[in-house]
Design a protein around this ligand. Structure first.
Ligand code: NAP
Ligand code: 3JN
Length: 332
């Protein structure tokens, strides 16, 4: 492959910045890079391969001669501009929720369902970060026995909200330490030294949109709509990497040793599971890594086919930019 012209929509954002680093680090065959953002970024540059590249303001003409367009500028931008990019001849890998549940759009985690990526009609969707790391960890178990029930609680870092939330946590921590005050702007409550059991808006059912993304996207990726799934998504004062406490029930009884072996030999997973010697995954240690870390693997004490796991991954990498670039690597 001689080189592709790649547009990054949202190149100045938390995910967009990771896109540039992942493309460079993985030696993705980039011929020309076109960083795109809003008018707010006019005059700014981004760094790619040690060179400053001027950011262009996103417009209908942005996709001329573009082969691959990586979108991470929110659902509205994707809804408006992804079809334009496709019409211009680009293949779109979209990080937003805009097209994830569209039946014409494959929703891909390469370790889980790479074979359906080729069914795309121009747009391929990248799942929500919390969904990605959960299905990476569950697929090797699912291949031993179907999973019938999932109950998950997430501990999501502020980088999942974007650059503004990372600044808010930092400012609140330093204000707190200095005896001052820093008012919440991004979140409804202070996030420093706190937990917020709300990510995105509540639906009538009492679940949030983020929680329902985990339900609906997991059904689609595993192509199993019979799994009973309940999620509680919580924002925690961590800068980077999401953690999840996952409880599952399998159809057949699985042997714990087989589960650990399947996870340890699965692509993209590192098992860190020796809790009595202090070995289990944490978000600080997982930050910056491409891998999905799994630990605290244990049988439920009361339910015969119940298992518990602790799953940690970098939400900006495997949860966003890395997974999207891995999708592009499958397609080209
Ligand atoms: P962020 O740090 O706030 O960055 C947002 C980016 O979008 C910036 O580059 C911004 O440009 C650009 N943008 C916003 N409005 C725009 C417009 N009208 N036209 C062109 N560019 C526009 O947010 P982030 O954390 O990177 O997340 C961005 C999006 O990625 C999210 O909204 C979400 O859809 C998706 N995302 C997905 C996952 C996942 O789970 N896979 C995780 C996080 C985010 P300016 O700098 O010019 O404002
Ligand atoms: O909050 C997180 O940790 C992940 C956030 C993801 C997100 C944030 C704003 C808009 C999404 C997403 O990827 O589902 C969206 C969206 O595209 O709807």
């Amino acid at each position: 492959l001689s080189g592709l012209n790649v547009a990054v929509v949202g190149a100045t954002g938390a995910v967009g910045q990771e896109f540039l680093k992942v493309l460079e680090r993985r030696n993705f065959p980039v011929n020309r890079l076109r960083p795109l953002a809003s008018e707010r970024s006019a005059g700014k540059s981004v760094i790619f391969k040690n060179e400053p590249i001027p950011v262009e303001v996103l417009s209908e003409d942005s996709f001329k001669n573009i082969d691959l367009a990586l979108f991470s500028a929110g659902g509205d931008v994707s809804r408006n501009f992804a079809p334009i990019a496709v019409k211009s001849g680009a293949i779109v890998v979209d990080n937003s929720s805009a097209f994830r549940m569209d039946e014409n759009v494959p929703l891909i985690v390469p370790e889980v369902n790479s074979s359906v990526a080729k069914n795309h009609k121009g747009i391929i969707a990248n799942p929500n970060c919390s969904t990605i790391q959960m299905v990476v960890a569950l697929k090797p178990i699912y291949d031993i026995s179907r999973i019938t029930r999932i109950i998950v609680s997430t501990y999501q870092s502020v980088s999942g909200t974007g650059q503004s939330a990372m600044n808010e946590l930092k400012n609140q921590v330093s204000a707190f330490v200095n005896g001052g005050e820093s008012k919440p702007e991004v979140y409804p409550y202070p996030i420093a030294f706190n937990l917020i059991p709300q990510i995105d808006a509540f639906e009538e059912t009492g679940f949030t949109k983020e929680e329902m993304k985990m339900v609906n996207e997991t059904h689609k990726i595993l192509d199993d709509y019979n799994i009973s799934i309940a999620a509680t998504a919580v924002r925690v004062p961590v800068f980077r990497a999401h953690s999840e406490s996952v409880y599952i029930e399998t159809e057949k009884k699985v042997v714990l040793r087989d589960v650990k072996e399947a996870l340890a030999s699965a692509k993209g997973i590192i098992v860190q599971d020796n809790p009595r010697s202090g070995l289990y995954p944490t978000p600080l240690e997982a930050s910056g890594s491409d891998m999905c870390f799994v630990g605290r693997i244990r049988e439920d004490l009361f339910v015969a086919n119940g298992l518990h796991l602790w799953v940690v991954a970098d939400n900006l990498l495997k949860g966003a930019a890395l997974n999207a670039v891995q999708i592009a690597e499958i397609i080209f």
